[in-house]
Write a protein that binds this ligand. Structure first.
Ligand code: TXA
Ligand code: MG
Length: 323
């Protein structure tokens, strides 16, 4: 069990927080919406730690927090609408989902394997200073255990995550209390993925356009994560494989090879030591690489259902079912 440090909201506290993030640790920090549970977005193992700490049973794309629009443009491609929204509402409670830029450094795991990236420049001065000191994108969902309410002060964070994360920056109460509004700008009509701190009307007035919401012109917003159709490999996915059949690619886990591995078209091991955090960190990029081998089927070795294994198996089951 970790000891969770309570860091002061001053230069020394923020320097310590940035050091922890850069070495792959987890730091909760205040934003103007809610407290975020931050990890270096470019480090997939650090991002896997977010899921482990939250006990989250599935992977969804996370918001990467950056210091400025300039920093955001390294990660994502901003069309005219996205640029307008960023210029009007950043820093602030707005997240933009945009196509990944060729220079994007946000890990596959933080994007849940998608070709888009969720970006936000928070307005809270401590969040800003922390991002500036860290100098890289910080992935951060709300800093609560899965299924609990989003925290708006450091005591909420500690009551859920004490002993599971490295530190919390004590910045007092957050003032918006609801999460950021999420808008996807992926070409075509921009879509409201989640209502939040910036009202829909303010966005529509600025871009002089109605935001898309429901699937069939309905009024209800899409459930978070629904839009961007989760990443699915082209190949078939065969779970709990005991052997590799001719022409298959294989996704392994643990020290024992699968039978028939000499006939594999390609094979990658999520974690030779059977470390689920390492496995989560590799999951999306390995699926992509195996898919690129051209194999019709990816055989997947059994992965335990404990800890992060639940989220890994959830993702694999969906990949096996999505046809
Ligand atoms: O106010 C907030 O937004 C807080 C603070 C900490 O910034 N953060 C937050 O993050 O609520 P999170 O990770 O819980 O919300 C992420 C949501 C997901 O539900 C996901 O659907 C959407 O953002 N999202 C992020 N990237 C996406 C992408 N590439 N495509 C579609 N949805 C995306
Ligand atoms: Mg949340």
């Amino acid at each position: 069990m970790l000891r969770t440090a309570r860091l002061t909201a001053d230069e020394a506290g923020l320097a310590e927080a940035a050091t922890i993030l850069k070495r792959g640790g987890l730091v909760a920090f205040p934003t103007e919406t809610v407290y975020g549970l931050g990890a270096d977005a470019t480090n997939a193992e650090a991002v896997a730690g977010i899921y482990a700490a939250k006990d989250r049973p599935s992977f969804n794309p996370l918001i990467s927090h950056v210091e400025s629009l300039k920093a955001a443009k390294i990660q994502g491609i901003f069309d005219e609408t996205a640029r307008k929204l960023a210029e009007a509402f950043w820093p602030g409670p707005l997240t933009l989902v945009v196509p990944v830029a060729p220079t994007c450094t946000v890990s596959d795991l933080a994007r849940a394997g998608l070709d888009s990236v969720g970006l936000r420049v928070p307005a809270h001065p401590l969040a800003h200073d922390l991002l500036a000191a860290t100098g890289r994108p910080v992935a951060a969902p709300s800093a609560n255990r899965s299924g609990r309410v989003s925290p708006t002060d450091p005591d909420h964070v500690l009551s859920d995550l004490d002993g599971r994360i490295d530190a919390v920056v004590d910045g007092g109460a957050s003032d918006v209390g609801v999460e950021s509004t999420i808008v996807a700008c992926l070409g075509g009509t921009p879509r409201l993925l989640r209502p939040g701190g910036v009202p829909r009307e303010a966005i529509e007035a600025l871009i002089r356009q109605r935001l898309d919401t429901g699937s069939e012109g309905g009024k209800s917003p899409l459930a978070p994560g629904m839009l961007a159709s989760h990443y699915a490999p082209r190949a078939q996915v065969r779970l709990n494989a005991a052997e590799i059949r001719p022409g298959e690619a294989a996704l392994l886990f643990g020290p024992t090879p699968l039978q028939g591995n000499e006939q594999a078209k390609a094979q990658l091991n999520l974690s030779k030591n059977g470390d689920l955090k390492e496995a989560a960190a590799h999951l999306f990029s390995y699926l992509r690489q195996l898919d690129a081998s051209g194999a019709r089927t990816i055989a997947v070795a059994p992965i335990p259902e404990t800890g992060l294994g639940e989220a890994i198996n959830d993702r694999l089951r969906r990949a096996a079912a999505e046809r």
